[in-house]
Design a protein around this ligand. Structure first.
Ligand SMILES: Cc1ncc(COP(=O)(O)O)c(C=O)c1O
Length: 438
């Protein structure tokens, strides 16, 4: 579900034409739909309503302050994985007490920041990290709550770079070590381990691995309960899919149908459930808007060379990810009814859609059938709202794209396009102060 659609042959986000945005803001530019974000959040909340979960939006998926403000304003907390993300969440008006904090490499400085800010829950990723948090909490005299991140050893059937819940991963603690750790840390005054956390991968299109992981987590909780150790929190992480291809992802309901029955009774008995959705809220809510700078033939291939590539959207080159791409104003008759890998429409031409960077890996799509494009045409890269801008980089000294948030018939720039001056401002030797830690 999203609010990007063609009206009279031109692509719109809600009530605003993408061409109008491009003319006013330029390209490359990320365009987000407010209505899509709020609707996705509403759907997750409604689907899991029987569990009354604490929903913590995963900041890493789309960390723009205005987006965080929108989601926090709709009542969600935040899942953060760094001091920087915690600062963003707070700057966007989300109290640290509504934030959960995961991440395998929390530094002492970050731990201190989280404690002083009143973090809601540390998702503890290792025994050493627990020691560091407990020591810091004691030094500051600020007790805190934690959940132990377990890796339940299930296969989320997703890209190997984003599979995070198998036994041999850097994330969390395996189930055998977890039981020992929970017994040893039980009753700690400064860091009270109240529950378990997991995040099995992303995107996870099949709800079954969640079922497997939850059953393992509940079995661990039951074993500990027999030893007198009661855990009252279960954080399921994120990972729900998004529609890169129309209809590709199960709806929030489909995940809930599997997850809710496993946990309903436990919630009635006092279990607190946490969800950390990112992609499922924002992926379909964002489009990357590009301009075609040149077209050219090379051998048998036809290239559309755009004003950004893997610098603005890393997913195709990094994960081999599919993003549907279409001109914002295609020739008559070539408006796609659905976003598919091989649209069956007249007059399509196979293109390699690439960026300007000096790298053969700089592509957005290879061998893709799209309407023929010319210099100056604009392309929309769909389902780019998650892990799009958040993974954008400045390779080849490319300034970061602008970001725009559409609300009905109007839009607002929520991140100014970076200037060349911005780009070099941290490198002007002589003007630089040491900035080891804030
Ligand atoms: C700990 C944790 N929680 C939540 C998420 C969000 O996942 P998704 O965007 O797939 O919902 C991630 C993503 O990597 C994560 O690492």
């Amino acid at each position: 579900m999203d609010h990007f659609h063609f009206i009279n042959g031109a692509l719109y986000c809600e009530g605003v034409s993408m061409d109008e945005i491009a003319e006013s803001v330029g390209t490359p530019c990320y365009v987000y739909s407010r209505a899509t974000i709020l609707e996705h959040l509403r759907r997750v909340r409604a689907a899991f309503e029987p569990l009354s979960p604490w929903i913590c939006f995963s900041v890493k998926s789309c960390p723009n302050l205005s987006i965080l403000r929108l989601i926090s304003g709709a009542g969600a907390g935040m899942d953060v994985v760094s001091g920087g993300e915690l600062c963003r969440a707070m700057e966007a008006g989300c109290s640290a007490s509504k934030c959960v904090y995961a991440g395998v490499g929390k530094t002492d400085h970050e731990i201190e920041l989280a404690l002083r800010s009143g973090i809601g829950l540390f998702n503890v990723e290792s025994e050493q990290e627990f020691e560091a948090i407990a020591a810091c909490a004691e030094r500051l005299g600020i007790p805190c709550d934690g959940a132990l991140r377990i890796n339940p050893d299930v296969d989320p059937k997703t890209h190997r770079y984003t599979s995070t819940g198998n036994r041999e991963t850097k994330f969390g603690v395996d189930l055998v070590r977890a039981a020992d750790f929970l017994r040893a840390s039980h009753g700690h005054h400064w860091c009270r381990i109240r529950g378990l956390h997991m995040h099995i991968g992303s995107p996870v299109y099949d709800p079954t691995p969640y079922e497997q992981a939850i059953r393992k987590a509940l079995a661990l909780m039951d074993t500990l309960r027999d030893d007198g150790i009661v855990l009252d929190t279960l954080d399921l992480g994120g990972g729900f899919g998004a529609d890169y291809i129309t209809g590709q992802s199960p709806a929030a309901d489909a995940y809930a149908q599997v997850i809710v029955p496993l946990l309903e009774d436990r919630v009635r008995d006092g279990l607190r459930v946490i969800l950390e959705p990112g992609r499922s809220i924002v992926a379909n809510a964002g489009v990357l808007l590009l301009s075609v700078v040149y077209t050219k033939q090379s051998g048998d291939r036809t290239f559309a060379i755009c004003d950004a590539g893997m610098n603005a959207l890393l997913r195709p080159s990094h994960y081999d990810a599919f993003h549907f791409i279409w001109p914002t104003r295609p020739a008559a008759g070539v408006i796609p009814a659905a976003r598919t890998m091989e649209p069956e429409l007249p007059g399509l031409v196979v293109h390699d859609i690439v960026g300007p960077l000096c790298e053969t890996g700089d592509f957005l799509a290879l061998g893709r059938s799209i309407p023929v494009v010319a210099r100056g045409d604009r392309l929309a890269v769909f389902t780019a709202g998650a892990y799009g801008m958040s993974m954008a980089n400045r390779y080849n000294s490319s300034p970061l794209p602008a970001e725009v948030l559409v609300d009905g018939d109007s839009f607002e720039i929520v991140r100014a396009r970076e200037t060349y001056d911005d780009m070099v401002s941290h490198e002007r030797v002589g003007e630089l102060a040491p900035a080891i830690a804030e």
